[in-house]
Design a protein around this ligand. Structure first.
Ligand code: G4P
Length: 528
């Protein structure tokens, strides 16, 4: 099996995800990106949109939704000389810990902002997660075909709220009905906007040079306004700098409209030119480089399959190094076993397909009958394990209770397994027999009850519980941790993996505890 092509194949890959607040335009921009990748004949077919009511829908319905999203979970398409992997980050009601974990499996992110609204809450949260790995961020200011906020204000807001420098690469001319196009600061050219072309790849009208009189003919008074504005913009904003971008300190900013399919190609050009090719990862035995010839990868997400009759699930594995080839033997480090994988899935153009080979940066889907957990490492025989696929402190909590009290054991077993799989987190207080379920998104609660019923034959329900947040407890001094455990026992619990966790009824309570116990570390994430 020749691996000679590994360095070359890895260099041309770009693996990214989109972070945005619901409704900013993630779905729309995904469609347009796929259109450029020739993965869709016409935009508009990515997924059944707005699963708005599904938080309360039945399990089959959810399976269907989730089944659909399996096929759109990873999309691979060619663009320019590159092969691009776009990982879907569940949003809206299906927002969950998977959304966060997906961000640990990419090498860069596209941040989509609704230019009428600016930086919104979900984006702030997701940016926090990208900071764990200093992921490079590209920004797209969307919906310029509407009346938006002042572009300079938008950049200021990104800089101050998200604490990242902005380097505008394109600059908008007009907005809403008067949206004329964008000027590309690095190429010194203006691309003119035409309405009603959103479903196609438009033939672009480009005017070279800012002083070109053609520009005045095309956009009238806007030409002089643009010239003046650019003086200001150049003085007030940052210049693009590749190193700072790679370090996650500076974001190139593009303007456009996803619906009008305008400006999306500028952004994609930036992605293939500047975003890093697949990056290596730390393991417990040192760093693995993407271009190493030997295969390795880690599991960042497990998704229930469409057919509830089969307990089959798909484990999403990000290849970190080398090459996967159909039929190869893989070593699953956590359980120390070798498995032969002949039926990994790939996600070409939104369809699931059986895969012959894949390279570092690609995602493969492994059939999982229950033996794979989030964070698992697969190698070509080596024993190392990757670090850094974290659990995130849940933000929503409920007490879970049985309708039939005799099934306590099954309930606990089911919950622990679901938490190992990453579907939800479970906490058992030290002082009572409560079972607390913690999630990042509301749909996770429904999924857990439905799966407990379907897979463990346990009828469970939720009750309100007064918990605001959870933190994992660490301390260098064991004596201090023991003392803390005695004194704060009423607020302590064990999670699904028996790790000590502080359960805070309010954020104020958490701050007080942190002040009172300065030798104790309260962590928002826990690595597998
Ligand atoms: P999301 O995945 O981030 O939640 O956003 P999505 O793409 O679904 O877009 C949310 C809404 O914003 C949609 O309208 C979409 O059409 C609209 N939108 C996206 N990009 C643009 C843009 O560049 N300009 C304008 N004017 N609108 C945009 P909707 O009414 O909720 O749905 P639909 O019926 O139009 O699909």
């Amino acid at each position: 099996m020749s691996n000679a092509l590994v360095p070359q194949e890895v260099s041309r890959r770009r693996t990214f995800a989109i972070i945005s607040h619901p409704d900013a335009g993630k779905t729309t921009i995904t469609e347009k990106v796929l259109l450029f990748g020739n993965a869709l004949q016409r935009a508009g077919t990515v997924k059944g949109k707005k699963s708005g009511q599904h938080a309360k829908s039945d399990w089959m319905e959810m399976e269907k939704e989730r089944g659909i999203s399996v096929t759109t979970s990873v999309m691979q398409f060619p663009y320019s000389d590159c092969l691009v992997n776009l990982l879907d980050t569940p949003g809206h009601e299906d927002f969950s810990e998977d959304t966060y974990r997906t961000l640990t499996a990419v090498d860069s992110c596209l941040m989509v902002i609704d230019a009428a609204k600016g930086v919104e809450a979900r984006t702030v949260k997701l940016m926090d997660v990208t900071r764990l790995r200093d992921t490079p961020i590209i920004t797209f200011m969307n919906k310029l075909d509407r009346d938006t906020r002042d572009p300079i204000d938008l950049l200021d807001e990104v800089e101050s709220v998200l604490n990242i420098k902005c380097a505008p690469i394109t600059w908008p001319i007009g907005m809403g009905k008067e949206f004329k196009g964008v000027y590309h600061l690095l190429r010194d050219e203006t691309t003119l906007y035409r309405t009603g072309q959103g479903h196609t790849i438009q033939e672009k009208r480009v005017i070279k040079g800012l002083d070109n009189p053609e520009l005045d003919t095309a956009i009238g008074d806007y030409a002089d306004e643009l010239r003046d504005m650019l003086e200001l913009v150049k003085g007030a904003s940052h210049e693009f700098n590749l190193e700072e971008f790679i370090a996650g300190e500076l974001t190139p900013v593009f303007f456009g409209t996803a619906m009008g399919n305008f400006g999306v190609d500028h952004m994609l050009d930036g992605l293939v030119d500047w975003a890093p090719s697949p990056q290596g990862r730390e393991t417990d035995q040192g760093k693995v480089e993407a271009k190493d010839e030997k295969f390795s990868g880690f599991v960042f997400k497990i998704q229930a399959n469409m057919d509830p009759k089969h307990r089959d699930r798909i484990a999403f594995c990000r290849i970190v190094s080398g090459k996967y080839q159909k039929g190869m033997k893989m070593h699953q480090s956590r359980i120390g076993k070798d498995v032969r994988i002949s039926d990994a899935l790939t996600f070409l153009a939104g369809d699931r397909e059986l895969l012959e080979e894949a390279y570092a940066g690609d995602i493969i889907g492994l059939h999982n009958h229950g033996s794979i957990q989030i964070g698992d490492t697969f190698t070509a025989g080596d024993k190392f394990r990757f670090a850094g696929i974290p659990n995130f402190a849940p933000e929503l909590f409920k007490r879970i209770r049985l309708r039939d009290p005799l099934k306590q054991k099954q309930l606990l077993k089911g919950l622990i397994q679901l938490s190992e799989e990453g579907a939800v987190q479970v906490f058992r207080p030290l002082q009572n027999n409560d079972l607390i379920v913690g999630a990042v998104g509301v749909l996770q609660f429904d999924v857990v009850v439905a799966r407990l019923k379907g897979e463990y034959n346990v009828d469970a329900m939720y009750e309100h519980i007064n918990v605001a947040t959870a933190r994992w407890i660490y301390g260098k001094d064991e004596r201090k941790v023991d003392e803390f455990q005695r004194k704060a026992e009423a607020n302590l619990a064990l999670d699904g993996g028996d790790n000590l966790t502080y359960i805070a009824p309010t954020m104020v309570n958490l701050s007080l505890a942190q002040e009172r116990y300065p030798d104790i570390e309260f962590h928002q994430t826990r690595e597998h």
